[in-house]
Ligand binder design. Sequence first.
Ligand code: ZN
Length: 96
Amino acid sequence: MNRPAPREIKNRRAEKQLFIQWSETEQQTISHLRLRGLCPCSQCRAARIRGQISLVDESVTVEKINPFPYGVQLVFSDGHDRGIFPWSYLFEMELS
Ligand SMILES: [Zn+2]
């Protein structure tokens, strides 16, 4: 099941982190690099399943956040923009 939308999302460009305020007490930070490496689009999922070596540049950053009703589309500095990250997927990143 998807989670309700967070209260706030901030793109901390200087720290290369995405900051998510889920509720009064729950907050999370995820690095841009980790987000790129765990991109949920069909292309990246297929590559991970095949065990392909990921050639993600360590300096990759999130350039733009486009809100969707059930999550956010992240546009990365390497031009990749196919991933729409559902709220639950972002939330579970902390646990994985
Ligand atoms: Zn992707």
